[in-house]
Design a protein around this ligand. Structure first.
Ligand code: NAP
Length: 495
């Protein structure tokens, strides 16, 4: 019997580090890492020790024999990754795509260097992976800062409430909050309550892991009409974010159009069409749940400008949607290319849609059916959000030229966007802070990690390697004497 990694894999590779036979791939030093939807256990090499399941921060790893029905496909999904891959010559029996190198302890600061004081701004995944690295692998003292009065960042306010295993990683991070070399400063916004210069003055280095707090714009007419809102706002709403008022999401429309097919779009579609009673046992905001109970949404339409093979969601999230007992999933076959792509696919995301219901939908009227459903409409590029004082639909260009989709609400799920931090450089094009391997060259002592460093893509675990690179750069700078020498003043004493 072997173990298998399943839907909620966070890709942070905690499992890789503890596997005694190196049977989990891709590892962080392999080329595939970061480009696969998840990590995979090789069933031929797994020795069934369970170390990976113990180390997994999101409870994603189970013995193949105990996989329950919705997860059973993952036995094959794990095995498929290894089909046709050759192990390196000296690595039998595990398929080491790279042989083990000698152990290296790159995190050590030489003994004659004093323990540095490092501020980490942001308590989301990137900030917490940086904190973990600093606390567990160096002698650094850490000041952890967040603008909100509660720690957690996107784990608390971004992960959908019906994904409790993913939210569980917050518990792993929270254990570090009590570390003797860490102090927390919550409710303090860098760039507003304390300046970048003040933070620099009081610490040897500052790592900004402030995420991407705003939403990308579409740049089409009607985007700012009442009834058109960003998915980031909906996500914050159902997670009870303090910045979002409870009545900011209007659920009086029967059809909602969601622009984009990323995992955020799937999260929002799932929550809006779920049986509210199934959400009552989750961490959903009580106000959002009350509104969902009285809401009228029956149909959520996801608009993709490309075909099913290029959808932005990950395969595990789509697979879950095809299996869950929630809303019915339907593919709109308005364009003959769609059925063609799905039917000829031999793998990948398009093939997962093979058994999904198909329909050529009439979009000129509101939905007539009673059942809640999610419709995937590929090859549809939104060109305008329609309405005068309130959204009444969307115009898309498609194979038929143009189609108007009647809808009372439009949610733009086209990605997050980083916001500038006063005192730090900012690249308007990418919404990120320019850096070299995590170092903000323009501001000595400043570093970045997470979405503000590399842009708003990648799940929680992707931040581990990202923060690791930044901490590595910071430690190299300390060792090389590249950090400015800070006159020490206690943090925020004057405020
Ligand atoms: P995303 O994955 O980048 O998806 C953005 C979507 O917006 C894509 O479908 C994209 O289409 C579309 N789009 C962009 N510009 C558009 C335009 N002008 N017109 C129409 N469509 C447009 O972003 P996200 O959904 O916000 O997710 C961010 C990251 O968080 C992702 O890495 C995601 O996997 C991760 N995440 C993971 C989970 C999970 O694991 N459960 C949950 C939430 C988020 P194109 O592909 O055609 O550009």
């Amino acid at each position: 019997m072997a173990f298998a990694i399943t839907q909620t894999c966070c890709n942070d590779a905690s499992c890789v580090a503890v596997c005694p036979v190196n049977c989990i791939h891709p590892t962080p030093d392999e080329p595939d890492f970061g480009s696969t939807d998840m990590l995979y256990v090789d069933p031929a090499a797994c020795i069934d020790c369970g170390a990976c399941a113990d180390a997994c921060p999101v409870d994603a790893i189970f013995p193949v024999d105990s996989l329950t029905e919705p997860l059973r496909a993952y036995a094959g999904i794990n095995a498929d990754y290894y089909r046709g891959r050759e192990p390196v010559a000296n690595a039998d029996p595990a398929p080491n795509f790279h042989a083990w190198g000698p152990p290296s302890f790159t995190r050590a600061i030489p003994g004659d260097f004093p323990a540095p004081d490092v501020a980490v701004v942001g308590t989301g995944p990137a900030g917490m992976y940086a904190v973990e690295d600093l606390l567990l692998h160096t002698s650094a003292r850490v000041t952890l800062i967040d603008r909100l009065p509660v720690a957690g960042g996107l784990v608390r306010y971004g992960v959908a409430p019906d994904h409790p295993s993913t939210k569980k990683i917050g518990e792993t991070f929270a254990r570090l909050h009590d570390h003797p070399r860490l102090r927390m400063k919550l409710g303090v916004q860098a760039g507003r309550d304390v300046t970048v210069a003040e933070l620099a003055e009081r610490h040897d280095a500052v790592i900004y892991a402030v995420g991407a707090s705003s939403a990308r714009k579409l740049g089409i007419p009607g985007e700012d009409l009442p009834g058109s809102l960003a998915a980031t706002q909906v996500v914050a709403w159902y997670n009870g974010h303090p910045d979002v008022v409870a009545d900011s999401v209007d659920l009086s429309a029967e059809r909602v159009v969601l622009i984009g097919t990323g995992n955020v779009a799937l999260d929002v579609a799932r929550i809006l069409t779920a049986d509210p009673e199934s959400l009552a046992v989750t961490s959903i905001s009580p106000e959002a749940l009350a509104r969902l109970r009285t809401g009228k949404v029956r149909e959520v339409v996801l608009l993709a400008r490309r075909g099913p093979e290029y959808a932005a969601y990950t395969s595990p999230e789509l697979l879950a949607l095809t299996q869950e007992g929630g809303a019915r999933l339907v593919v709109d076959t308005h364009d003959p290319r769609i059925a063609g792509t799905i039917d000829s696919a031999t793998g990948g995301k398009a093939a997962l849609l093979r058994d999904v219901a198909r329909e050529t939908v009439d979009w000129s009227a509101p939905p007539e059916h009673g059942q809640r459903r999610i419709v995937l409409r590929f090859h549809s590029t939104p060109t305008e959000i329609l309405g005068d004082r309130q959204v009444r639909g969307t115009r898309v260009t498609d194979a038929g030229g143009e189609t108007e989709i009647v809808a009372g609400q439009v949610i733009r799920a086209v990605g997050y966007r980083g916001a500038p931090v006063p005192g730090l450089p900012f690249d308007e094009e990418t919404g990120t802070i320019p850096h070299t391997a995590g170092r903000v060259d323009a501001v000595p002592g400043a570093y970045v990690a997470g979405w503000i460093k590399r842009g708003p893509s990648g799940g929680i675990g992707a931040n581990r390697a990202c923060a690791g690179e930044t901490v590595g750069t910071l430690l190299a700078d300390i060792t090389a004497g590249r950090l400015p020498v800070a006159p020490r003043r206690p943090f925020l004493r004057r405020r």
